[in-house]
Design a protein around this ligand. Structure first.
Ligand SMILES: [Ca+2]
Length: 250
């Protein structure tokens, strides 16, 4: 009798937690009643169209992208567990290895369906990231194996040489090599350059959340990122290093 009561209590607790998670996943578009919104609760982010996404409130949009990023984070964790801690060289590698469905790399927030890559073409300031673009992928992967063509040399702490940053000694500095250096040693925006906390350093970024006026106002918090701990998701200015108060999303 006692045991069955305990089981019942456990069942109730699990049901409460599960119900709570479902409630969090519910997104209600602007102008829609709660009842209509509840009807949408079965729509998972991966199945959500850009049209539905466009109709959501800002916080619901953030929730959709946070879910997408955390799904990718789980797959990266699985990849690292399988490869002795090594970071994947691309997000596509997660799909190739069967750790993530291909559609998970296309964000509901991206009206091009992954054709423009991690940074929208309209976002002029970051065209130098094109070498990191992956086919049918809406996200910018900071630890990709593409050669880093941005000016990392003058930006990373201590202005390191190619030979110092080029860990695999192939003569090129990849984004992954530059960024792992960045994570461990910091950059010139810091008063005292040093390692960044894992929950503050972005590894997968979504520039599609919404950035009205971002060309003119780069201090607007318009980019949502998955941090290097592969769990924290935060909203920040595009240049996250200069953002004193990035917002951690639930
Ligand atoms: Ca290299």
């Amino acid at each position: 009798m006692k045991e069955s009561l305990v089981s019942l209590a456990l069942f109730a607790a699990v049901a409460a937690i599960t119900g709570c998670q479902q409630e969090q996943a519910t997104v209600i578009p602007e102008g829609m009643s709660t009842a209509q919104g509840k009807a949408l609760s079965g729509v998972k982010p991966a199945a959500m169209t850009p049209a539905v996404y466009a109709s959501l409130t800002s916080s619901a949009k953030q929730g959709v992208i946070a879910d997408e990023l955390r799904t990718i984070g789980k797959a990266i964790k699985a990849y690292r567990a399988k490869h002795n801690g090594k970071w994947p060289g691309s997000l596509t590698a997660l799909v190739t290895e069967g750790l993530l469905p291909a559609k998970a790399l296309v964000s509901a927030s991206d009206p091009t369906g992954g054709k423009e890559g991690g940074v929208p073409k309209s976002y002029d300031q970051w065209q130098k990231s094109e070498e990191a673009d992956e086919p049918d992928c809406s996200f910018l992967y900071e630890l990709c194996s593409a050669t880093a063509k941005w000016d990392w040399k003058s930006y990373l702490a201590g202005s390191p040489s190619v030979a110092t940053v080029d860990l695999d000694k192939d003569g090129e500095v990849s984004w992954q090599e530059a960024k792992l250096w960045h994570l461990a040693r910091g950059d010139t925006t810091q008063a005292s350059p040093g390692a960044y906390p894992l929950n503050r350093f972005p590894v997968v970024r979504c520039y599609w959340y919404g950035y009205p006026g971002s060309k003119d106002d780069t201090k607007q918090r318009s980019v949502i990122s998955l941090a290097a701990d592969l769990e924290t998701v935060f909203l920040s200015q595009p240049w996250w290093e200069k953002d004193d108060a990035p917002v951690t999303l639930p």
